[in-house]
Design a protein around this ligand. Structure first.
Ligand code: NAD
Ligand code: ZN
Length: 460
């Protein structure tokens, strides 16, 4: 590592400053104990030595070592190099994506950079394949129909669905090994069809193989279509903590095929809408109205109503990522995690018996009620939130909320985010703000209130 300073053209060894970061032509603010601070221009020159603008080091190599070391002690500099990169996430909505005549899926693969055909290794959620076994052959037939453009490598790999996929490290290893065995390069594609858990584990494997193989997601649950599919995160659970291992890695494309949802269980169908409610609560009051109006149809599994709500939710999530200014969550504020501190803890405390979407619904009920007891959110708005969750058939309470262990969720959430605890709370529907602490007695009051309301609901 060496550089030459343009201002004086003198050279000096970089022995004690091997960690210096220099971009060609970058401006460097150089401070030196013995001299005035100033900005100088450096450029990298193979085999050159790092230069101080203040001293003539041309004779340095003739000095005894200790003299050189003393000179380096006074050479103290660094550079902040700013750069950004352009990401593009292709979000598409369609139905019956695997019908050979449907070009939506084929259209997202880029053959300019993966000539002559896009090489694709497919992973399919086993839970989906069990109820829709034709999907594997349909995928092969689809790729055949687009053989000018696509090439499927081997048979699709089946991955156990549900949270188990994120809890069992062997499943991650298998996904990674499949990418290795298929000989995928960074311009090949992983295509993953499945629920949020399978998308997360396969996404993690794709993100770390060769430091990132392109991934096309076809989410097959309501939750994965309205939220996680467009997310820039992946990961698996470890050490009893949700998403402890994972990366930020935007998908190449997301194809939401509404037809995939027809085989979902009622439970998973309902659970997925909690993320629509969440994004409406923190971002879009009008969307909350639409959800309230559509709730009976959503509960009755009206496909068109669901497609409309899922589309709006996915767009809001993606817009937050693309335009919210912090796609990789470097800052503390994370409005899309409203209700999630308790949700993640409840999932873990129930040994993942509670679905993520159900836990989110309970978390929304809890933090909305907390917001009301704090005087931030009107009781009327809280009531409307509770009513919407109820009419979607979503849970608003669980006895595990009463366990003291729940509070560990706050510290785990803080640790996961890093820095200071930051939680979104509501001051109105569609209007979130951040707090940095929770009052335990008010939180206990909110839990008691939810328990009372759940008891009343059960009695009536
Ligand atoms: N990465 C992110 O940004 C992000 C965002 C939100 C949630 N998540 C994660 O997503 C996961 C939850 O995902 P989920 O709600 O999709 O549940 P899930 O992935 O656990 O799937 C639920 C069940 O549905 C089955 N299934 C999937 N598609 C099906 C279909 N079409 N028909 C029938 N069965 C089907 C699965 O096999 C599984 O048994 C959680 O792990 C959560 O942490 C990730
Ligand atoms: Zn979530």
């Amino acid at each position: 590592m060496a550089a030459v300073c343009h201002s004086r053209k003198a050279a000096v060894r970089a022995r004690t400053h091997g960690g210096i970061d220099i971009c060609p032509g970058a401006a460097i603010r150089h401070t030196c104990g013995a001299h005035r601070a100033g900005a100088y221009r450096f450029m990298i020159v193979p085999n050159a030595r790092i230069t101080s603008p203040h001293e003539d080091f041309s004779t340095l190599s003739d000095r005894p070592d200790h003299a050189a070391a003393a000179a380096f002690d006074r050479f103290d500099c660094g550079v902040d190099a700013h750069f950004s990169t352009d990401w593009r996430v292709r979000l598409r909505f369609t139905s019956d994506a695997l019908a050979p005549s449907n070009r939506t899926l084929a259209g997202v693969f880029d053959t300019e950079t993966s000539r002559p055909r896009a090489r694709v290794l497919a992973f399919v959620d086993e839970g989906l394949a069990n109820v829709a076994p034709a999907i594997v052959d349909r995928l092969a037939a689809y790729v055949d129909a687009h053989a000018d453009h696509l090439e499927l490598i081997g048979r699709p790999v089946l991955i156990s669905g549900g949270e188990r996929a994120k809890n069992d490290r062997a499943i991650f290893d298998r996904a990674l090994a499949a990418i290795h065995d298929a000989g995928l390069c960074r311009r090949s594609y992983v295509l993953v069809i499945g629920g949020g858990a399978v998308l997360d584990v396969v996404g993690f494997a794709a993100a770390v193989a060769h430091r990132g193989v392109r991934i096309v997601r076809m989410p097959s649950t309501v939750l994965a279509q309205d939220d996680s599919g467009v997310g820039v995160k992946n990961g698996v659970n470890a050490f009893g903590k949700k998403n402890f291992m994972g990366t930020f890695a935007p998908p190449w494309a997301v194809v939401n095929d509404f037809t995939l949802l027809t085989t979902l269980s009622d439970r998973d169908w309902r659970a997925g809408f909690s993320e629509c409610v969440k994004v409406a609560l923190v971002k879009d009051a009008a969307f909350f109205e639409e959800l309230s109006e559509a709730a009976p149809r959503l509960a009755a599994r009206d496909g068109l109503a669901a497609a409309q709500m899922i589309r709006r939710s996915a767009e809001l999530h993606l817009a937050h990522i693309a335009t919210g200014g912090d796609p990789f969550e470097l800052c503390a504020a994370r409005p899309l995690d409203f209700g999630h501190w308790a949700a993640h803890k409840l999932e873990q405390m129930s040994d993942f018996e509670i679905r993520h979407g159900e836990a989110v619904s309970i978390g929304l009920a809890l933090d909305s009620t907390y917001s009301t007891l704090q005087g931030w959110l009107s009781e009327a708005d809280r009531r409307r939130i509770m009513d919407l969750l109820g009419s979607l058939g979503l849970p608003r309470f669980h006895p595990l909320l009463g366990r003291g262990e729940l509070l560990d969720g706050l510290e785990e959430f803080r640790e996961h985010l890093g820095g200071r605890l930051t939680l979104a709370m509501l001051r109105g529907i569609g209007s979130a703000f951040d707090v940095h602490a929770m009052d335990r007695s008010i939180l206990a009051g909110a839990i008691e209130r939810l328990a009372d309301e759940a008891g009343e609901a059960q009695r009536s």
